[in-house]
Design a binder for this molecule. Structure first.
Ligand SMILES: Nc1nc2c(ncn2[C@@H]2O[C@H](COP(=O)(O)OP(=O)(O)OP(=O)(O)O)[C@@H](O)[C@H]2O)c(=O)[nH]1
Ligand SMILES: [Zn+2]
Length: 487
């Protein structure tokens, strides 16, 4: 299963893009990323929130109980395969997680057949058993919802379907497509910045579309010139203008029936485009006035995105602390905005994988006979026998990025002892669901005393122990409220 990652820095840190990238800059970058990732894990741990502590129990008993718990639970909730069609009663349905807020998930589900309605929004909690077996539910996940109260619009996520893909930042599951958006002007289209975004997007392995907004600000000649330039890079740009509505129908057509994430620098018009596509009733398949789903009264998460609110004081985009949401488009499909940022980190791109992220190099390699360089692991630096020649526009960019990645890898190797350290690792979870998790501790700090190791083990078991002794309803304020209401 392809698991991909776009690492997006939520900072406006500008890494020098010349070969003079300095080590302190790389160190700072790595520190920031580690902090961000550690922070998210800390936040996830907090959600666990056991209500009663049972520290007085002897450890051996706890260990036994915890073992049983894990064993029972993994068999209790096997991941659903895409073909699975669990029997659906009136109180069960299948849907897509569209937004996550604290412990609640907003899920858009198919209503029962007796309802003559479009899809319905439900406010859901995640069943405690899924938390226990550490199966994270992400925005974009296809989920089985049970205990549905169709009147109060509530339900409980009982299980998750296997993911086709997963990106880490923003954390979204089942992303089918990336929309890389730049503007022709304001801010001006800059080839190296565009290359960085394209490389980051290419490195996920998820198909991408390149769109160039604000095309009403430039003349025909500039568009023709960029079109032919990008064609040589291996891309077919979609010119558009939210202002004049040019090109919006074809974008709506490309985006329909898939889940896309929009990426691009601050100010290019991502939020404006999302709003336009969501309200674009001229789009081929959209019906005038059609509701996309039946929202819960007072729900605000799917409302129009804020436009153009970049703080002049801090220079930061307005999305720095916002939760990711999948916004339904009027012509079908979902689109997730990403926080305003200017500099993809390229943290997941390695020296070896960089070449594959350039369509020009992919083309040269596939044209060759046999379909590879004369050297194994060739970095295509112009050695005799290397089939990657220097006669293409972005070759200097390839060099420049390779150098940046080399410096980062060497730094990581020196500091942490391994290239991947401080990064993200993938764990094969229950029934083949791969889960990404940040490495919390760096190797050199890993030697913890036996005493503290035992303590942390006990703390973990305590967590299991605690909610093990409590029925799910007791743990969930939401379910408690549901139960109280029914009494
Ligand atoms: N001239 C022109 N301006 C546009 C167009 N589309 C968006 N804008 C303007 O560009 C500015 C930035 O738009 P946003 O939609 O906030 O850009 P963004 O990419 O979401 O920015 P961040 O959230 O910071 O990442 C706003 O003032 C928009 O009105 C367009 O097609 N033409
Ligand atoms: Zn080569």
């Amino acid at each position: 299963m392809p698991i991909a990652s776009i690492s997006i820095l939520r900072h406006r840190t500008i890494i020098p893009t010349t070969t003079a990238t300095t080590l302190p800059t790389v160190a700072k970058l790595i520190r920031q990323i580690s902090t961000l990732r550690c922070f998210s894990v800390a936040a996830a741990k907090q959600q666990h929130n056991p209500t009663v502590s049972r520290k007085s129990q002897p450890p051996s008993k706890k260990l036994l109980r915890a073992k049983q718990t894990v064993k029972d639970y993994s068999s209790l909730a096997p991941v659903l395969s895409p073909q699975d069609k669990p029997p659906l009663s009136e109180s069960k349905s299948v849907g897509t997680v569209a937004a996550a807020q604290a412990n609640f998930m907003r899920v858009i589900v198919e209503p029962p057949r007796s309802f003559d309605e479009s899809k319905v929004e439900l406010l859901c909690v995640v069943k405690a058993v899924l938390k226990k077996i550490k199966r994270r539910v992400l925005v974009g996940d296809k989920v089985l919802v049970g205990s549905i109260d169709w009147v109060d619009r509530r339900g409980m996520i009982e299980n998750v379907y296997q993911r086709s893909s997963e990106i880490l930042d923003p954390p979204v599951a089942n992303v089918d497509h990336l929309l890389v958006l730049f503007s022709m002007d304001q801010p001006k289209l800059e080839p190296f910045a565009l290359t960085r975004f394209l490389i980051e997007a290419e490195s996920t392995g998820i198909p991408l579309t390149l769109a160039l907004n604000k095309c009403e600000l430039v003349d025909e000649e500039a568009m023709v010139a960029w079109k032919s330039r990008l064609h040589k890079w291996g891309y077919k740009p979609n010119f558009c203008s939210v202002e004049s509505k040019y090109g919006l129908d074809s974008l709506a057509f490309i985006l329909r029936d898939q889940t896309s994430v929009i990426v691009g620098p601050s100010g290019v018009g991502k939020s404006s485009l999302i709003n336009a596509l969501r309200n674009n009733h001229n789009a081929s398949d959209a019906v005038e006035g059609e509701t996309l789903f039946d929202p819960i009264l007072g729900s605000k998460w799917f409302e129009d995105q804020l436009v153009g609110q970049v703080s002049t004081r801090s220079g930061r985009g307005k999305h720095t602390t916002r939760n990711v949401s999948l916004l339904p488009l009027s012509a079908g499909g979902y689109l997730a905005d990403t926080p305003g940022f200017n500099q993809p980190s390229l943290m997941k791109v390695t020296k070896q994988s960089l070449a594959q992220a350039f369509p020009e190099i992919r083309q040269m390699l596939s044209d060759s006979e046999p379909a590879k360089c004369s050297f194994n692991d060739c970095l295509h630096l112009g050695e005799p026998g290397c089939i990657v020649k220097a006669d293409w526009e972005r070759y200097p960019y390839y060099f420049q990025l390779l150098d940046e990645i080399r410096i980062r890898e060497e730094f990581q190797l020196r500091t942490f002892g391994t290239k991947k350290e401080g990064d993200v690792r993938y764990k094969m979870g229950d029934k083949g669901v791969q889960q990404a998790e940040p490495r919390l501790e760096l190797k050199k700090h890993r030697r913890v005393s036996r005493k503290s190791m035992n303590q942390s083990l006990l703390d973990e078991l305590d967590e299991l122990d605690d909610d093990d002794n409590l029925p799910d309803e007791e743990n969930d304020p939401f379910l408690k409220a549901m139960r109280d209401e029914n009494q």
